[in-house]
Design a protein around this ligand. Structure first.
Ligand SMILES: C[S@@+](CC[C@H](N)C(=O)[O-])C[C@H]1O[C@@H](n2cnc3c(N)ncnc32)[C@H](O)[C@@H]1O
Length: 211
């Protein structure tokens, strides 16, 4: 599993490596742009929104939201990613924070229209994912939504099939969300799955019937 230094080293070439894998329609980034556009479009339906981006990376998505007038807050534990994002979004509130430690104390009294997280939560171990997501959901405004876009699968069978097809390419150190499993861990929330390729999708979560 990459630590923050690993992501520091990846910061300069991250956008290119995503582009290449996406062009080749390969795991893990097949469908990346369609997924990102879908998250962008959903947030923009309610613009200008107050948005928390969890694991913002090089700010591919949050920069577009920022330019469109959204108020962007973000967390990421990589100093290099932070620097790259700060250059693109000088007025955004960006914190260096390791989400394995939960929610930053600075957010105790904060609420957001959208919490977005793209290609980041698979770096959190399965036993920590649901509790972190539940803690994030408490930061949503009434009617707000969380959008998780990532390598993820509707069912356990779909994950196993993708793993089988990708052999040595498959990364055993990443924890891809399985929608049917996560849904059971979020009682009281409306959770829906929107696939964008054989290996990625957006999971939308809202209170009651908001998802
Ligand atoms: C694959 S990149 C995705 C970046 C961006 N969201 C995107 O979709 O292009 C994953 C990001 O999550 C961050 N990340 C991974 N583990 C983290 C952790 N434990 N705490 C905070 N950030 C983390 C990395 O530094 C990196 O910027």
């Amino acid at each position: 599993m990459l630590d923050s230094y690993g992501f520091d080293l990846w910061a300069d070439s991250y956008d290119d490596s995503v582009r290449q894998a996406e062009e080749d329609n390969e795991y893990p980034f097949a469908g990346y742009s369609a997924l990102m556009n879908a998250v962008y479009g959903t947030v923009m339906n309610c613009a200008p929104a107050k948005v928390l981006d969890v694991g913002f990376g090089t700010a591919v998505l949050s920069k577009k939201l920022y330019d469109a007038g959204c108020k962007v807050t973000g967390i990421d534990f990589s100093a290099e990613m932070l620097q790259a994002a700060r250059r693109k979004m000088p007025r955004a509130r960006l914190l260096r924070w390791d989400f394995t430690q939960g929610i930053p104390p600075e957010f105790a009294a904060e609420t957001f229209d959208f919490i977005i997280s793209t290609y980041a939560l698979h770096h959190l171990a399965y036993d920590a994912q649901a509790s972190f997501i539940l803690a994030l959901l408490k930061l949503l405004k009434a009617g707000g939504r969380m959008l998780i876009g990532d390598v993820c699968f509707e069912t356990e069978e779909a994950l196993l099939e993708c793993r089988e097809q990708n052999g040595e390419l498959w990364d055993d150190e990443e924890y891809y969300i399985v929608f049917s499993r996560l849904q059971k861990e979020l009682p009281g929330y409306s959770v829906s799955f929107h696939p964008f390729s054989f290996c990625c999708g957006v999971i939308a979560i809202g209170r009651g019937n908001d998802g």
